[in-house]
Design a protein around this ligand. Structure first.
Ligand code: ZN
Length: 909
């Protein structure tokens, strides 16, 4: 699964769920004594918490569904072949939101045993079927006839409407398959699935497996039969029904690993099929690379990629039928370079899951990182292979550095996190799992060597094909494949505990030929943090560049102790770079050593430069580097390779944002002097830029408008924005570079007044580009004037707008710096009205709004508000705790560093 831009994905726990009706004859509930032989039938009395019992194993499913996108719901029959270890008088399973018409067991000799179904007995739709006559040990078939509504919260089999046309699509992961069919909804149960789906003529019907036949029914519907799938878990089952545009792609050709070609098609909402082309054209290159990496052919009988009108996440890797948020797959000539890169990266991620996650599956949700960290890392490798020299070789490192902000919190999750309740499952789909996980994998790949690591992965695929595996299984595969057993303990120290190793590096020089380097590890903690810095140690696969009169060398050592001393033979260090491997750690140095590293910035490679910019910024926030040293380092990195310069700019923007508003002016001149010339130089050779330079040029412009001295440009840009949305004219999308679309709306909203607001809202209402529509709404909310902001918040609560859009306007209004107080008042007043239409997965994230405040009074007041609304946002606890901590860290930083920073800036004027 790929996240969308909302980082923390949390799902409601026991939201309003209709109590299910119990059916089937059961005059005497005496099943405790109903054993027909000497074996006592199994009848677990209390609903299982977490996993279902091991004694009932599903071995195959047949689903027969009758659908109509125009209706409110569907009917289904689930036939589940099961194997029982012993006779069972009661079978526990999952079923949510369904009305069960009949449930019975069909034995191998054809005898039918009626069961009594009772649903919703525990969180997550834990349900039971009781049998007066126990189901005997061995093989039998559970048959459940039911009806269910389409979900309107983008979960299970849900309905979404675009341009008045209804569509059906599925999103099952993690635990919403149980909304579409009753069953054993856990990843360890992998079985073949055979679907039969009826739908009115005129609809496309797409499932995981190839179509085997269709028949016209008397009522105008068509019944489609699909082949059985290869064994997959319930959360990979997919179905899409609706008036989708279809594009037949060239089959993925046979190759040395695969004797047959793979049929390949793309689907998009009606009218948008042409925008599938770029993603479709890239697919064969991606699959070819991944097949060769895994040394294992694409596992499924066909491949469909499907853009759906509305989707809660970025995309979902359903076996053979990948479903995407429309804006995460479709590419038009209005799609910016940055978006194109992100879309193709998502596509590579979902394809990687066909092996990591689908072919080999985590046994339980605590190991979901085995899916997501791997797909993240493999996506970067795939992109680097297909699009060489575009900076993807350090994409996993950049992602991991991005996740360090969340990993700096006392409330950080660990990569492999215990799952104690359903809400924990959804918490597991976050930046720690994806980005930190991907970075940690790239670190161990680099430590073991690419070839040795790949051997471990290939072994793992072969060992666990069509099966489930745990963290220990994976570690054993890596150790066996690479021939290195030591790596396991180090790996585990990064996976089983939260936080960032923070290496304090001191250099000593007793005599010119007797240097010493001392490395002490703590857990990174920013100023104001409650983290116990001495509470953790890691086994760090350390690599440090040392420059001395004897030469420039890289020292490698597995750091296992709190403090490690590294004696130098015959020299003292001139300077050290304590992260020469792009590894997942931060470091701090003495003031002299920071200065020496800045002086030698140009002799570092790009990964080292990225690590340096991150470490010195983090050290400043921890009180371990002076503001002057930080500004020196940001200046040195401003002219470096594009992603290093972007990191530098990003840290500068972070400092600007955390300064109190009346102090921000002190930074504008410095920002303009540091980054303005870089921007001008790129503009001067605009037609010869590579991808990275283009991204940097766009980023510099957008950021300098905000933090630099560019008042004239802001006004000029607002005029272009007015042409874009059509103030007193027809909208002209060509008026603004698509990469700067959101930036244009921002300055239009700030400077353009009511006329701009009206035109922009109309633009959002009529554009067929969903991403533009949502960008307009959220950027307006964060930037427009007080009266327009109030109108907007009211407007999006109307039926013209999706529930997801109303939610995002409300959240974005809190970023409206100029009107924050008004926004917060409107937020609170609108909350009860907006929540019922908010998708389930967004509700708990709502409490994250606390993190947009930076004074202790505001934070406390916001926290109290969300606690008073807890019944509307179940599962909100982690989101609230992290947001409160972010707010408090912001306040602590302001309190302790504002003066030092503004003084250092003043010294440079
Ligand atoms: Zn994923």
């Amino acid at each position: 699964m790929t996240l969308n831009r909302f980082k923390t994905i949390v799902l409601a726990g026991a939201a309003s769920v209709a109590l299910l009706s119990a059916c089937g004859p059961n005059p005497n509930d005496n099943s405790d004594t109903a054993a027909q032989d000497t074996v006592q039938p199994i009848k677990l009395e209390t609903p299982p918490a977490g996993q279902l019992p091991d004694t009932v194993v599903p071995t195959a499913y047949a689903l027969n569904l009758v659908t109509d996108p125009a209706a409110d719901g569907f009917t289904g029959t689930a036939e589940i072949q099961i194997r029982l270890e012993a006779p069972h008088a009661r079978i526990w399973l999952h079923s949510l939101d369904q009305t069960i018409v009949r449930a019975y067991a069909r034995l191998e000799d054809g005898i039918e045993l009626d069961g009594e179904f009772e649903g919703n007995l525990a969180d997550g739709g834990v349900s039971k079927i009781d049998f007066a006559d126990p189901v005997p040990a061995g093989n039998s078939t559970l048959v459940i006839e039911y009806r269910a509504p389409y979900n309107f919260g983008l979960a299970g089999l849900y309905k979404a409407t675009q341009k008045d046309r209804p569509y059906l699509a599925t999103q099952m992961e993690p635990i919403d398959a149980r909304r579409m069919f009753p069953g054993f909804d856990e990843p360890r149960f992998k079985t073949p699935w055979t679907l039969t789906v009826t739908a009115p003529q005129g609809n496309q019907v797409i499932a995981n497996a190839p179509l085997t036949g269709s028949s016209q029914l008397d009522n105008g519907s068509v019944r489609y039969s699909f082949a059985p799938t290869r064994p997959i878990q319930s959360y990979l089952v997919a179905l899409a029904v609706g008036p989708y545009d279809m594009r037949e792609g060239a089959a993925l050709p046979a190759n040395t690993l695969r004797a047959t070609s793979v049929p390949f098609r793309g689907f998009a909402p009606a009218g948008k099929g042409d925008d599938l082309k770029v993603s479709m054209d890239t697919t064969d290159d991606f699959v070819t690379y991944q097949e060769s990496y895994f040394n294992y052919p694409y596992p499924y009988a066909k491949l469909d990629i499907i853009a759906v009108p509305d989707f809660a996440y970025g995309a979902m890797e359903n076996a053979g039928a990948i479903i995407y948020r429309e804006s995460a797959l479709l590419i038009s000539d209005r799609t910016s370079l940055g978006r194109r890169r992100a879309i193709l990266g998502t596509h590579a991620h979902e394809l990687a899951h066909q092996w990591f996650g689908n072919l080999v599956t985590p046994a339980w949700w605590n190991d979901i990182w085995l899916n997501e960290a791997f797909a993240t890392w493999m996506s970067n490798k795939t992109m680097n292979s297909v699009f060489a020299d575009q900076g993807y070789d350090r994409a996993s490192q950049r992602g991991g550095i991005g996740a360090m902000s969340a990993d700096s919190l006392a409330n950080a999750r660990q990569i492999r996190n215990p799952i104690e309740r359903n809400a924990d499952i959804n918490d597991a789909f976050d930046g720690i799992t994806y980005q930190k996980g991907g970075h940690v994998l790239s670190m161990f790949e680099s430590y073991l060597g690419e070839d040795a690591f790949r051997e471990g992965i290939r072994l793992h695929m072969k060992r666990f094909e069509d099966d489930a595996a745990t963290v220990d299984d994976f570690m054993k595969s890596v150790a066996d494949g690479s021939g290195d057993t030591k790596v396991v303990e180090s790996f585990k120290s990064f996976i089983f505990q939260p936080g960032i190793p923070y290496l304090q590096v001191e250099t000593e020089c007793e005599a010119p030929d007797a240097g010493l380097i001392r490395v002490t590890q703590h857990r990174y903690a920013p100023l104001g943090s409650e983290i116990d810095a001495d509470g953790s140690t890691w086994k760090v696969p350390f690599a440090m560049r040392i420059a001395s009169p004897a030469g420039n060398t890289v020292h490698r050592e597995m750091l296992t102790a709190r403090t490690t001393e590294i004696p130098m033979d015959g020299a003292c260090a001139d300077w050290v770079m304590p992260n020469a491997a792009g590894g997942y750690w931060r470091f701090s140095l003495s003031e002299d050593n920071w200065a020496a590293l800045t002086d030698n910035f140009g002799s570092l490679d790009v990964k080292e430069q990225l690590a340096f910019v991150d470490s010195i910024s983090a050290a400043f926030r921890a009180g371990d580097a002076p503001a002057g040293a930080l500004l020196d380092a940001l200046e040195a990195s401003a002219t470096a390779e594009w992603d290093v310069a972007m990191a530098s700019l990003n840290r500068a923007e972070g400092l600007f944002n955390v300064l109190p508003e009346d102090q921000q002016a002190s930074m504008r001149g410095w920002a303009q002097a540091t980054y303005g010339p870089v921007h001008e130089a790129l503009v001067a050779r605009k037609d010869t830029l590579n991808q990275g330079e283009t991204l940097l040029m766009q980023d510099l412009y957008a950021t300098l408008l905000e933090i630099g001295d560019m008042q004239a440009e802001r006004e000029a840009f607002a005029e272009q924005a007015a042409k874009l949305v059509g103030v007193n004219s027809d909208p002209d999308p060509s008026a603004v570079d698509p990469a700067l679309f959101g930036t244009a709306i921002k300055y239009g909203a700030r400077l353009g007044g009511r006329d701009f607001y009206d035109a922009a809202l109309e633009y959002a209402r009529t554009t067929s580009d969903q991403r533009e529509r949502r960008t307009v709404l959220s950027v307006l909310a964060a930037n427009t004037n007080e009266a327009e902001m109030a109108d907007l918040i009211k407007e999006v609560q109307g039926s013209d707008w999706q529930g997801q859009e109303a939610w995002s306007v409300l959240q974005s209004s809190l970023n409206n710096e100029a009107n924050r107080e008004t926004a917060w008042g409107l937020y609170k007043a609108s909350f009860d009205n907006v929540m019922p239409r908010t998708p389930e997965i967004r509700k708990p994230q709502t409490a994250g709004a606390v993190g947009s405040f930076c004074t202790t009074e505001e934070i406390a007041e916001a926290k109290a508000f969300f606690e008073s609304k807890k019944s509307l946002i179940p599962g909100y606890e982690r989101s609230l705790a992290q947001a409160e901590e972010r707010g408090n860290l912001c306040a602590a930083f302001r309190g302790s560093k504002t003066e030092e920073l503004t003084t250092a800036l003043a010294e440079r004027e």
